[in-house]
Design a protein around this ligand. Sequence first.
Ligand code: 2HA
Ligand code: ZN
Length: 285
Amino acid sequence: MKDILTAPFLIEFEKTASNMYRLGWDERNGGNISYMLDEKEVAEYLDLNHVIRDIPFAGIQSSSLDARPVAGKIFLVTGTGKYFKNVESDPETNAGIIRIAKDGSHAELLWGYKDGGRFTSELPAHLMSHMARLAVDPENRVVMHCHPTNTLAMTYVHPLDEKSFSHTLWTMSTECVVVFPEGVGVLPWMLCGTDEIGVATAEKMHDFRIVLWTNHGIYGAGKTLDETFGLIETVEKAATIYNIIGTRPILNNISDENMAELIHIFHIEDTVRWDFLDLPEDKKH
Ligand code: 2HA
Ligand code: ZN
């Protein structure tokens, strides 16, 4: 059996947490990551028949979380109350590897949460988001939540409707429409850690890989840690430019016609939200 601390998936996870921390996205115990692992890969490092302990989905109502679509799946997940700052130096305490039980009713701990801890309180939102993303993209593996400063600030001052929020972000950097052509989903302020916010996030995840939580942060989903990190990084960059511009008048903007050119050059005609642009019908395809 190989040493789990040398596993590439764990090392990449640790480095991602460190990068997110250094970018100021995860103060204190803010943020959480869940990463669906490949069972065969995990079996090189852990005895999959050895369950350290069962962890109930405490506080999660079975009526809203039916985890059966991900039963048997293995996830690497940050721990509740743990700091992103410390994941890299002590992954076994600050993260854990869990398998969703066969009947979807609880999780089996295979490694980690060494101090008796458990997974993030946001696990309902994560699992519901995984299931929602997997339904539209079978290759989705990652759900990431964090508190990027500028995106958060923008939710205080920008109208929250998805068309206008997405459009503003698209105009803040030429690459934005290419990186997230579906735009971003936006939720109003909601109580975090609850089934309700989990259900609302997962509903948005059918249409978006990025869901903003007003006055709180961001949920991102993707096929890899890099892709998901890069998505959030691009949104946060756009929000930073928005905040730097502030209330000064914009003299030179990216027009919807410019965006149509980008859409054609990058062949994202089928994924872009055309209804988030104001273009005549004949310019939309
Ligand atoms: O886990 O970010 O939303 C800490 C949080 C909760
Ligand atoms: Zn949070």
